[in-house]
Design a protein around this ligand. Sequence first.
Ligand SMILES: [Zn+2]
Length: 49
Amino acid sequence: MEYVIAHELTHLRHRHHGPAFWLTLAEQMPDGSTRKAPLERWEVQRREL
Ligand SMILES: [Zn+2]
């Protein structure tokens, strides 16, 4: 949940998922990739349905 909020707040500064977007997000949330992993697993499972 916090990851999603940080992600969306980063979109206020960077419209697209470019390198600057991920850099800003990493500055706000250094453990972002750890938090993102369960969401990515969920997305993969959803696609397989
Ligand atoms: Zn996004």
